[in-house]
Each structure stands twice: as C-alpha cells, then as structure tokens.
Design a protein around this ligand. Structure first.
Ligand code: AMP
Length: 554
C-alpha cells in the first residue's frame, strides 16, 4: 500500500521561491570585481532568476541543455545557479583555474550551448573560442553595458551582455514542475589523474544534500545567520551553501574574486558574517592578515574548513586567539560534495583542550542520509577502532552512481558502494579520519604507511613550510617513503633534525628513507598537492643510490 501524502517533486526552484516568500528581505551581498559592494535580497534574486529564465529561452536554451559558467561567487552567478535548473536546463560550473586544455575538453565534453562568463575571464575565452565553437552558440558576459569588453569569438558564436539581455526580458515566468530526478547541475572533478570526469546532480540529490548540510551538526544554518562561502561556486557547488542558505533564509555574502586575507577580513567584519567556509590555505592567509593587522572578527563564530586536511595551527590559533571554532568537513565532487562533518557527540564534550584540538583534525561523522565503511584490499569491512585503515566507501542519495557519459551505475560496486579513493580510519564513535589517498599510500613490504600522517608531522618542524611524502621504489621493500620539504622563508632545513621530530610519533619503519629539500611543491587547480607529478619525478630517487637510513619493519 502506498502512503497518501502529496507527491510533489523536489525542485531547486522551490528553495528560491521559499526564500523569496518567507525571507524576502534576507540579504544577498556580493563584492564585485572593482571592490564595490552590491546588495540585493532573496526576493529580488528570485525575481531576477525568473527574468533570466526568460533570457535563457531567448538564447535557445531548452530542457537538458548545458549552460556553462566561468564565474566568481556573486549575485549573477547565483541567478544562473537557480534559473538554469529551474527551467529544466543544467547549470555546468567550470573551474577557471584548470589548464585551458582541460577547460576546452570539459566544455566540449559537456556540450555547453551557452557560456556565462565573468569579464575577468575574457582572455581565457578569446584563447579557447575556436576550439569550443562546435557546441557554444553564445557567450554572455556577466556585466552591464558599460562593463562590456571587445572580444573576437569564433564564427557562429555571439557575444552578449547579461544586463542588456535582462533589460530586454520580462519576468512573466512560472517555475515548471517536473521529475525530481531530472539533471540539474554538472561539475567536473579536478582530474589529478587522467581527464576530468563529470558529476551530474539532480534536483532531488541537491535538495536532500541542502537539508543535510543545513542541519545543526553541519552548517547549522538559521535565518539569523550570515554565511560567506569562500569555497567557489565554480567547484563542488560551493559546498551546497547557495542552496542551504536559501532553504534557511540565511544571508548570503559572496566575496567575488577577492580572496586574500585583508579583503576577506574586511568583508567578514563589515557584513557581520557569523559562519564562513573554505579550504585551509584561505584560512592560513586570513590568519596571517589578522596577526599582522591586529584586527579581530567579533561576529564570526565558526569557520568550516575542508578540501584538504586541517593544519593543527588553524584550530589552535583561531580558537585560542580569536574565539572562532574551526570545524572540519570532508567530501568530494561525487558527494555533492559534503560527506562528513566533525561535530561533537556527548563523548567529546568534556575533552581537555589538547584532546579537543587533536580530535578536530578528524574529518568527522557521516551526514544523516548517507553511509560509509572502510574495507581492506579484499573488500572485507574493517573494524571501527580508530586504528585499522582501509579504502573508504560511501553510498546514499546524493552520491554519484556514474560519471557523465558513462553507463548507468558504472561508478559503483556490486552492492552499490562508491569507492572514494581515500584511505581512512573510523573510530568507535564513528569519526572518520583520512590517512591517505589510495594512490598515495606507501606500500612498504606489503604494509601501508600513511603519507598524510608523515606530512603532518614534518610540518610541525618550525623550519618546514610545506611537506609531501611520496612512494619511492625500493629493491627490498617495494616502496619506501620519501619526504620532500619546502623551507619557511629565511630558514634552512637540516634533514636529520626533521627526521628527529618523528621520534616516538610513528613506528620506526615508517620513517622516511630520505629527506629532500625543494624550493616549492606543485599543486592542482584546487590547491591540492599534485602527487602524480612528484611520484613520476622521484619514483627512482632511492634506486639512484640516494637511499637513506637502513629501513626495517621491526
Ligand atoms: P574534490 O572532488 O576536488 O573536492 O576532491 C575531493 C578529495 O579532496 C577527497 O577525496 C579528499 O581526498 C580530499 N579532501 C576533501 N576534504 C578533505 C579533508 N577535510 N581532509 C582531507 N582531504 C580532504
């Protein structure tokens, strides 16, 4: 027997109509390219999104067409975020920090029909226009008439101005209802190995993720909150914040392209932001600025950090010196993206400061609605003892089942689990901690050594600014850890002194076989260490005779 409840599809447009109707005056604030502040409301955003849906119609965009964006976090990008899926099309956010060849590949693979482009990416478009002319019919510069630039495009591609199109359109548009499983947005993984792959979200997955993300033990968003996503809307849906904010009526403050410590501090302060979210490098920049300027951020209560492991310094310094709680989340493009969040359970409430700071380095508990497990090389589930580490698997309604263009369910195993490619422990309280990417783990004599654990210890040495541990081939042990370190400005690094910091922290056989001092380390477009390049470069380092201390598994 079926239930007798209303069968209304979950539509992304309903988030915005809710915000417009029930939080009409809620602020939507953007810092524009020239540094000025643009203010609007949830009411106005919905009105303009309807107008933009009409614009999309005049541009020939139909259901299921891909609408690409190359844009910063601002009000126009937010309008595309809602207008494209709202009318049944697909909002395809493109990461402008990728290599132009990857961007070209992504646009062609997605088959974008129209591109919405911030004027700061005009040069990029000029460069790639001839190579995307097969699919892209129009490039809409996200500016007003005065801000338009000259741009020679390929034959058949038209250059349009966002505000001119908006002025010519009307708002006489009713958001349609359709199957909630309809595709709503497309985002390509950053592609540290091989070509980027497309993750295709649906209305249903987006709404469920927005609910889970807004919950008290995650973003904990309320209508009186003011949230600033530093995490870009061009990658992983800005962690779902544009949706969770509309759902809760929280004010949304968007930083545009101004992501340095000073600009962020000013915006956080002037806009009375209560919660902000981004990757660790952003917070290190903010911390540096606060320390040198002596400024404080009295309104900010919480910083959510994720995308890569939280450096202990962030938790300690923001907590002790600024009264701001730094909370870690973990996720990936394929998870919409948030999978876990580190919020305390009763067992963590009375922890000493030192124990709480250590606990904050864990990636957190699974969000309600999805599930996780860790497995060994044979697929056997491992215990939740905080020690055993294995491949992290996830499943749930906002997790990808296949990549764009691939056969259905092809990203899942026979039981419907998705392999994250991360290696992790889970403790008895259900807190997951990443110990490595599965490709980065060092397999020494058949046993696993966590590269991330070794990197975290290396950066606790005062002369080390950044560290990477990669597997180097070894005749006896197959692979051994090799430590690459970048000195802090004005410091020199003594390899023996760096190895000394490992004493008592890891088993002797985990010690890196060699320490190499390098001026810098390569990073991906999303700021993660580019380990593939390092592995290729240093794979034979030990075999070339640079072997370090005699390593044993005792
Ligand atoms: P992306 O799809 O580009 O967001 O990358 C996802 C990957 O980033 C994950 O599989 C992890 O390897 C890494 N990642 C995300 N959040 C964290 C975190 N809090 N700590 C460590 N690694 C993370």
């Amino acid at each position: 027997m079926l239930g007798l409840m209303q069968n209304q599809p979950m539509m992304i447009s309903s988030l915005l109509t809710h915000a417009a109707r029930h939080h009409a005056k809620g602020d939507v604030v953007s810092r524009l390219n020239d540094g000025t502040i643009h203010r609007t409301t949830w009411f106005e955003t919905e009105r303009r999104a309807r107008r933009l849906a009409r614009v999309l119609q005049t541009l020939g965009v139909a259901e299921s067409d891909r609408v690409g964006t190359l844009a910063w976090n601002d009000f126009r990008h937010l309008e595309v975020y809602y207008a494209a899926p709202g009318m049944g099309a697909i909002c395809h956010t493109i990461n402008p920090r990728l290599h132009p060849d990857d961007i070209t590949y992504i646009i062609n693979h997605a088959g974008d029909r129209v591109l919405f482009v911030d004027v700061s990416f005009a040069g990029l478009i000029r460069q790639i226009a001839p190579r995307i002319a097969e699919s892209v019919r129009a490039v809409v510069m996200m500016t007003d008439e005065a801000g338009m630039c000259e741009l020679a495009l390929a034959p058949g591609m038209r250059l349009r101005c966002y505000e001119v199109l908006m002025d010519a359109a009307d708002e006489d548009y009713a958001w349609p209802r359709f199957d909630e499983n309809t595709a709503s947005a497309l985002c390509y993984t950053s592609g540290t190995t091989g070509r980027p792959k497309g993750v295709l979200y649906s209305h249903r997955s987006t709404i469920l993720h927005a609910y889970a993300g807004a919950m008290p033990d995650v973003l904990g968003l309320r209508a009186i909150d003011r949230i600033l996503p530093v995490v870009p809307m061009f990658h992983v849906n800005a962690w779902g914040i544009p949706h969770s904010a509309a759902m809760t009526g929280a004010a949304l403050v968007m930083p545009g392209r101004h992501l340095d410590g000073a600009s962020l501090a000013a915006l956080l302060h002037e806009e009375r932001v209560t919660m902000t979210c981004g990757v660790p490098t952003v917070w290190l920049g903010l911390l540096q600025h606060l320390r040198s300027s002596g400024e404080k951020l009295p309104t900010v209560k919480r910083i959510m950090t994720g995308g890569s492991a939280t450096p202990p310094l962030l938790v300690e310094a923001f907590g002790a010196d600024y009264g701001i709680s730094v909370e870690q989340g973990w996720g990936m493009t394929e998870l919409s993206p948030v999978g876990t969040y580190n919020a305390p359970k009763p067992a963590q409430v009375g922890l000493s400061r030192q124990a709480a700071e250590r606990h904050a380095l864990k990636q957190g508990r699974i969000l309600s609605g999805i599930d996780m497990k860790i497995v060994d090389g044979d697929g056997k589930e491992l215990p939740w003892d905080g020690v055993a580490f294995g491949d992290l698997m996830v499943r749930g309604p906002w997790i990808a089942s296949a990549y764009y263009g691939d056969p259905p369910e092809s990203a899942l195993d026979a039981d419907g689990w998705f392999a994250t490619g991360d290696v992790a422990t889970i403790d008895p309280d259900g807190f997951m901690e990443i110990t490595d990417r599965s490709k980065d783990v060092i397999k020494s004599g058949g046993e696993w050594i966590s590269s991330i654990t070794l990197e975290n210890i290396a950066v606790s040495h005062p002369a080390v600014a950044e560290a990477a541990v990669v597997a180097a081939r070894h005749p006896k042990w197959d692979e051994r850890p090799l430590l690459l370190v970048v000195p802090r400005p004005g410091h020199t690094i003594d390899p023996a002194a760096v190895l000394k910091v490992y004493e008592g922290k890891v088993a002797k056989w985990w010690l890196p076989d060699a320490v190499v001092v390098v001026p810098e380390l390569p990073h991906t477009a999303t700021g993660k260490l580019l380990k593939t390049a390092l592995r290729t470069q240093y794979r034979d380092y030990l075999a070339r005779g640079a072997e370090g201390p005699d390593s044993t598994h005792d």
